[in-house]
Write a protein that binds this ligand. Sequence first.
Ligand code: DAH
Length: 449
Amino acid sequence: MTLLSPSRCVSRRLCRILLANAAHYSNAEPASSESATPKSSRPEIFKLDGKEIRTDSCWNLSNSVLTLLERQLLNEPSNPLNLLKQRIVNHVHQTYRKPGGRSPLFTVCEREPRVVTTFENFDSLLTPADHISRRPSDTYYVNQDYCLRAHTTAHEHRLIREGLDAFLTVGDVYRRDEIDKTHYPCFHQLEGVRLYAADQLFGTAGINQHPILEKTPTERKPHKQEKIAEDASNALQIQLKAFLEDLCDAIFGVCEKRWVDAYFPFTHPSFELEIEYQGKWLEVLGCGVLEQKLMEMAGVPDKVGWAFGLGLERLAMVLYTIPDIRLFWTKDSGFLSQFEGKSPTDSIVYKPISAHPQVTFDVSFFLPESVQFNDMTSDVYDTIRNVGGELVEQVKLMDEFTNKKSGKRSQMYRIVYRSNEKSLTKQEVNAVHKAIEQELVEKFSAVIR
Ligand code: DAH
């Protein structure tokens, strides 16, 4: 696997397999191809996340990517990516505690600036100078020294240097790519890093028999680096794999998994984890033992560690059966309403929405005198669904009030109509809507307002 090449990405490969099987392609925001999108006119100073950077002729951000930067899907409470992120964070916080158990072991970093130096994005991670991921056709450059982060790994060097020993980094990452069901210039990653001093890996009693670093470097082997002792390398791999298998079980329930050898410039040995999904093996994350050179550059030569990076979209697509990566960006309430008010532990099976437009109608009525608000609501929902059938996509109680003088109780429901087969006309919908009103009047003595 080539790191950061357009086809390399863990999540994208998974998405491709997944989408090849997707039963139904449902409506997504119409998206133009990125290559057809012209570069935006270059500002003199580019401001993002508290940084102000003078641009130069390397600037290649398009207008569409500038728009994507604004949205911040992980800040939207009901976005499936946010639900999944919370599920992972909750699991890690509950499972891994500081000694004494009173506080979580992993620090969560989710507000890191999305514009980073090329040192952070590439050099600090030992990415070779001629690596394809550095090409301006792959990365969004603000100037020759700054770019949009292409992976959350870009923060590893600094966070380690600042003293963190166990952390998760979550955020949106940007790569120049075409736009289709499996590719989007912005997607989301969750990164994890854990460092160990000798006693944390082997206990104080064990460190004399098991030093974590070689006295004299050996040659590099498939299962170990030059400077990391064999026992330490093995112990790190066991801990890393146990952490990730446990995380997968927590997300997907117990599932079939397999480890595949991989290559990343910043880890050795490196692996990818695949899980079985609908009879196929899907790659869900990359990980490995951190290169000791990276640890030395970050000022922690006497510790060893592991890291992993997973793509939230690909996991969310599997978990919630979302067939198209563009759907995460839609503002269509047919999509959003399926995740609204849900908790991270709810199991949600996404129901594909129609590609035809919605038609929205409200119904307001007075309740019969003795009937309370709560008594009426489920009857109204049932009636709307029975009469409207397949054409009713969403129903929501929007408002209820009691008139102070007359004491009459009133409710207002919003009904979103949409057909799977065709675009509905207002007249067609009106006929169904009137039939619903009629049924409410006849069966429940509602007085339409
Ligand atoms: N940064 C890698 C990517 O975007 C994913 C990754 C692999 C992150 C291995 C890691 C790691 O921290 O150890 O494809």
